[in-house]
Design a protein around this ligand. Structure first.
Ligand code: MG
Length: 452
């Protein structure tokens, strides 16, 4: 696993239920977390069939180590994060496997400030887990549980409160929560903003009968059709825990997530110019183009939303102005709202984006953005790190950034070569406005790979 972690990945620990992911494992995670974070811990879950079983196990671990638990029931991850941050809970945990198929589940650990737990703290938690070093409290100190399923309303109100009343009047939107927890939030948020809302896959259902939790263009075909059939202004869909949002335009065309990022960035930075935009090295150069338009500067991080969120917080602590942040996968972070990806906020933001364009269609607005061509390949490697070093050596005469893997930066293209954190692979990404230039750069890199 990445960065010294043994069990947790970039966004929590995940596995197949009944195989690597069991209540026994989650009980120990709860006990480890409860031993590290005293006080009151908020617990939430997505709609997976195994969610209730794992939530009970997690809560048992927390209670027996002396923590009190507030069970928020089913809600989006960013809703739980918002409630934790604004109510001064001592921490939280979300039972979710995000975009993974229904047989998966997992745990994301949330800090008191609403951010996902850092690598250093996760390693401390894993050390406790593997050493079974749990605080055992006596009978009079065992924690108590309360249920608070209605607090999701606090999140809905907070999102709606960021926008002028009635900003969505006259707009029609189709929402596809993918049978996940956003069914409880996004349709209500958009309705309260004044939109006319249709829904698809909006019944909470852990078998995901309509589509898989990962919102792919194929899975969103019914959403696209419904957008066209209802004459909607756009369609929005979420992943399994609704920290991400993806869109189809008024013609039912899937909006590639870097373009979604660019559209929202243009709006957010247009109202808050001259700041920093924080994003991982793998994000399209489109983000840089739009940042420059608003006298903003892009600050690059390693791949992973927690690195973006933590970097935004760090820059603000240093007194810098941070306008916006996010990843090129539909996970966008609004510093005025909270320091985590927020799909409900992004759905709401698209209403504001469209409202700012005075009645123009989303497909027209998208046509004005510069077109980039992206090559994405994986290559098997027995020693991925050695292969990355070999590519670095071969391109040593050029501008190379080493934030995550190596990024070769040219005026008309860039390439990112990284070792996979989980498989014996290297991942290669190349982007240029000119497909020919991207393909040539890919061949140059593959030549260096073959020579190694
Ligand atoms: Mg997610």
């Amino acid at each position: 696993m990445r960065n010294g972690k043994r069990m947790f990945g970039t966004n929590g620990v995940r596995g197949v239920i009944g195989e690597e992911m069991t209540p026994a494992l989650v009980l120990k995670i709860g006990a480890a977390l409860g031993s590290m974070r005293k006080g009151t811990i908020a617990v939430g879950r997505d709609t997976r069939t195994s969610g209730e079983a794992l939530a009970h196990a997690l809560k048992a671990g927390l209670l027996m180590t002396g923590c009190d638990v507030v069970d928020m029931g089913i809600l989006p991850t960013p809703a739980l994060q918002y409630i934790i941050k604004t109510n001064q809970f001592d921490g939280g945990a979300m039972i979710t496997a995000s975009h993974n198929p229904p047989e998966y589940n997992g745990v994301k650990i949330i800090e008191a400030d609403g951010t996902e737990m850092s690598d250093d703290e996760i390693i401390r938690l894993e050390d406790r887990f593997f050493a079974s070093e749990f605080v055992a409290v006596s009978w009079e100190d065992v924690g108590a549980e309360t249920a608070a399923p209605d607090r999701i309303e606090e999140y809905i109100r907070a999102v709606v409160g960021h926008f002028p009343a009635g900003i969505g009047k006259g707009m029609t939107v189709v929402v596809d929560p993918g049978s996940g927890p956003a069914a409880l939030t996004t349709p209500i948020i958009l309705e309260r903003m004044g939109c006319r809302v249709h829904t698809i896959n909006a019944r909470l259902d852990g078998t995901f009968p309509g589509r898989m939790p990962e919102p792919t263009p194929e899975g969103l075909q019914p959403l696209s059709e419904m957008v066209v059939a209802t004459g909607a202004d756009f369609g929005v869909a979420h992943d399994g825990d609704a920290d991400r949002a993806v869109f189809v335009d008024n013609k039912g065309c899937y909006i590639e997530e870097n373009y979604e990022f660019g559209l929202v960035e243009d709006y957010v930075c247009g109202r808050n110019s001259g700041g920093l935009v924080v994003t991982p090295v793998a994000t399209s150069r489109l983000i840089q183009d739009i940042a420059e338009k608003h006298r903003c500067t892009v600050d690059y991080t390693p791949v992973g939303s927690i690195y973006v969120a933590r970097r935004m917080i760090e820059l603000i602590r240093q007194g810098k102005k941070v306008s916006f942040g996010g990843e090129g996968n539909g996970g966008l972070i609004y510093p005025d709202h909270q320091f985590c990806r927020d799909g409900g906020m992004t759905a709401a933001m698209m209403v504001a984006v469209l409202a700012s364009h005075n009645g123009r269609e989303l497909s027209d607005i998208l046509d004005e953005l510069p077109a980039y061509h992206l090559v994405k390949e994986k290559h098997h490697a027995r020693d991925p790190a050695a292969l990355v070093r070999a590519v670095e050596e071969a391109f040593s005469g050029e501008t190379i950034e080493k934030i995550d893997g190596i990024k070769i930066v040219r005026d008309d293209a860039w390439a990112l070569v990284r070792a996979s954190g989980t498989e014996p692979m290297i991942r290669i990404m190349i982007e240029s406005k000119d497909p020919g230039i991207a393909d040539t750069m890919y061949r140059e890199i593959m030549q260096a790979v073959r020579q190694a």
